[in-house]
Write a protein of this length. Structure first.
Length: 343
């Protein structure tokens, strides 16, 4: 007790300023670092709980992002390796979780129109009128459906590693190539594993984040890799067939890997049939695979932000924006951010 009183007395004599003047390291943060965007919840009038992410400044350009087949709302984390670029361009990313994945309950009666209505409800909740659309792989048909219901609200459409033919007869039923994924649901590392030669292995933590996403999408609610939501989603592509987007006049940007082994390559004619009134920019990447939506995310972000008439390149470790394909393919240039050349 006496020792304690002596210490207290010394502290009082020293005064609070001296007691708390122990040297702090430079650069002590003023707030916590982020572990990623928070999943928010919205209750609809019918009682259904919708889960969504809203990541970016309220003043930012709203972009509705729809991830690929069998992914949860947190798949948006795979875009965060260029989050600083996204913030710099003042892009606000919004993602809504699809039926049966992640935290969202599965209802076998719901279709693409219902998901589109949920997206619209979230946008209303956030006070957003006009927005851009960004869909990858199996998220493409959902983007087409949202656009078909909101033609006057869409600023631009960005389709990466996807196809307007996902709902065609050759890809429907038990023989659908997508059906092979159902056997991988209990193996997240197989479900969302990238090939060894994928450029995405240059991004620290990218593959591990993909593994975590696959585990979350099919287990977060205790669903234990239940294939019902995936089977239902594959069936929706066929139930919808070709979605009517005749009234959509917003610019359409398409990003294709010439060596994509997952989806067939749809040429300009196929995309013009799907979006006849939309000005089309088709960015083809010969020799690249199904990961173009990530490898060329830098270009996609620039296109979303209004720089669609330019191509981002790196030359001599300096980034430039060029106006023509010829300039982009000149000797010594690499497409995209110079970070791709320094890994």
């Amino acid at each position: 007790m006496k020792a304690g009183l002596i210490v207290l007395g010394l502290w009082l004599l020293a005064g609070p300023g001296q007691a708390f003047s122990a040297g702090l390291p430079d650069g002590l943060p003023t707030a916590f670092d982020s572990l990623g965007p928070t999943v928010q919840q919205l209750s609809l009038t019918n009682g259904r709980q919708v889960h969504f992410i809203d990541d970016g400044a309220d003043s930012g350009l709203p972009v509705v992002f729809v991830g690929g087949l069998g992914t949860s709302v947190r798949v948006i984390r795979l875009l965060d390796f260029l989050r600083s670029m996204r913030v710099g361009l003042n892009i606000r990313m919004i993602s809504v979780e699809r039926n049966g994945y992640g935290q969202t309950a599965f209802d076998p009666e719901l279709g693409m129109a219902d998901f589109s209505a949920e997206v619209e409800a979230v946008l209303t909740h956030l006070g957003i009128d006009r927005f851009a659309l960004f869909g990858i792989s199996g998220g493409g048909p959902y983007v087409a459906k949202i656009a078909s219901r909101n033609p006057s609200r869409v600023l631009s459409i960005h389709m990466a590693a996807t196809s307007p033919a996902l709902g065609q007869p050759a890809r429907c039923g038990a023989a659908s190539p997508a059906s092979a994924y159902r056997d991988l649901l209990s193996q997240p590392m197989a479900f969302f594993g990238f090939p060894k030669d994928s450029p995405m292995h240059q991004v620290a933590g990218f593959q591990d984040t993909a593994f975590e996403e696959a585990a979350r999408a099919h287990n977060a609610r205790g669903q234990q890799a239940d294939p019902a939501p995936l089977d239902h989603e594959i069936g929706l592509y066929c139930a919808e067939g070709m979605i009517n987007n005749d009234e959509v006049s917003a610019p359409l940007f398409v990003y294709q890997g010439g060596a994509d082994a997952v989806l067939d390559q749809a040429g300009p004619k196929a995309w013009k049939r799907a979006f006849p009134a939309a000005p089309l920019v088709l960015r083809a990447y010969p020799g690249e695979g199904h990961d173009v939506q990530y490898r060329h995310l830098d270009q996609i972000l620039l296109d979303i932000a209004g720089y669609g008439d330019k191509i981002l390149i790196c030359k001599d470790n300096i980034n430039y924006m060029v106006a023509s394909e010829a300039d982009a393919q000149a000797a010594g240039t690499v497409l995209g951010h110079c970070a791709w050349t320094s890994q």
